[in-house]
Design a protein around this ligand. Structure first.
Ligand code: PA5
Length: 358
């Protein structure tokens, strides 16, 4: 990035979200070591695991599900609300995640899980979740605080991977983590503001997205959670409306929405995320659909995950796409002249609800 552009970037990205994004690979490596011995419950004989979190604290669970679902016979459920499903009981471990530790939905589920005698564990940087866990003797992992929750994705996701590995739900090797960290670092170096702007895929994508609504489509597989992460990062960092959906389901309904008036379609930017492990029919569907939609959209791009195929490269491939979206969302914020870090509306709602409780 030339000096003039870098100066503008840092002037707008005042709180330096870009630095947080660059640190994601390091967070993964650190959290993997940090959570090494965290084995909060015995999972023998269980058939499901519930993870509860909201917003940035929930994304790790989506990523985990995408990584392990093809190789575990344990169903992983994500709860993003106030209560547990009826099946939750003494044989259903519940992991509560809240970066701040003060998210009311997560605290509500934490209490619900305790009252149903579910085995409970928590992941947090502090707040009421840490205090209540400590008081009740619930195993908890305290991660580094001081970041916006979405910028702590490495700290929130990796311990989940460690837990499922330690509990024998699915095995993850040090080598897989090391490869993912190294490959993601290499990509972060390419996408960072110091790289060559002409080669910066993230910056170039952000420039193309200016004034458009990103629609992020992935296959129902490794990149479904990543597509959702892209949407959320565009929402929170770039302060823009964005939507995510998955194949093959979207081919049975949403596809018809593209018959809308051209005035709407011109504002849509189609982003398709493809992974080599997607089912061959799914990949074929994605290609056919891309050919159909590209001429209708205000812009379109097909993005392939990078890295070795198969199970051993899964984590690296997932992060290769996640990191691109994170960088693009920060650059898009800068294009819009918005500091990516503040999330006023989210804070305002939380504050209003808290003040009504008093
Ligand atoms: O990105 C964000 O800041 C939000 O989506 C938060 O993650 C969400 O509001 C939940 O807060 P916490 O992660 O502290 O539980």
């Amino acid at each position: 990035m030339n000096r003039e552009y870098a100066a503008r970037h840092y002037h707008i990205d005042e709180s330096r979200m870009i630095d947080n994004v660059m640190r994601i690979p390091d967070q993964v490596g650190e959290a993997w070591r940090f959570a090494q011995d965290f084995k909060p419950f015995d999972t023998s004989g269980i058939s499901s695991l519930i993870i509860c979190g909201m917003g940035g604290s929930a994304v790790g669970a989506l990523l985990l599900r995408d990584i392990v679902r093809s190789e575990t016979n344990i169903a992983i459920h994500l709860v993003r609300g106030y209560t547990l499903p009826a099946f939750a009981g003494e044989n259903t471990p519940v992991i509560c995640i809240s970066y701040s530790g003060n998210t009311e939905e997560v605290l509500s589920v934490f209490r619900d899980a305790r009252s149903r005698r579910c085995p409970v564990a928590s992941i947090t940087s502090g707040g009421a979740l840490r205090e209540e866990s400590k008081r009740a003797g619930i195993p908890y992992l305290e991660v580094q605080g001081g970041l916006p929750p979405r910028a702590a994705i490495g700290y929130l996701f990796t311990p989940l991977l460690r837990i499922v590995s330690n509990c024998g739900i699915c095995s993850v090797s040090d080598k897989e983590i090391e490869t993912a960290v190294r490959k993601t670092r290499e990509l972060a170096a390419k996408y960072c503001p110091d790289g060559d702007p002409a080669d910066n895929t993230a910056l170039n994508l952000a420039k193309r997205l200016y004034g458009k609504i990103p629609l992020i489509y992935s296959g129902d597989g490794l990149l479904a959670g990543v597509a959702y992460r892209w949407k959320c990062q565009f929402n929170e960092n770039s302060k823009t409306i964005a939507y995510a959906n998955v194949f093959p389901e979207l081919g049975h309904n949403e596809i018809m929405g593209w018959e809308c008036t051209g005035r709407f379609r011109d504002d849509l930017f189609l982003i398709m995320l493809r992974d080599s492990e997607n089912h061959p029919r799914l990949l074929h569907r994605m290609n056919v659909t891309y050919e159909m939609l590209e001429p209708l959209a205000g812009g379109a791009v097909m993005i392939d995950s990078k890295g070795a195929g198969g199970r051993s490269g899964r984590l690296a491939r997932l992060f290769s796409v996640l990191i691109l979206g994170d960088f693009a969302s920060v650059y898009l914020a800068v294009e819009y002249g918005k500091d990516p870090t503040p999330i006023d509306k989210i804070e305002m709602i939380k504050k209003k609800l808290r003040s009504e409780d008093r």
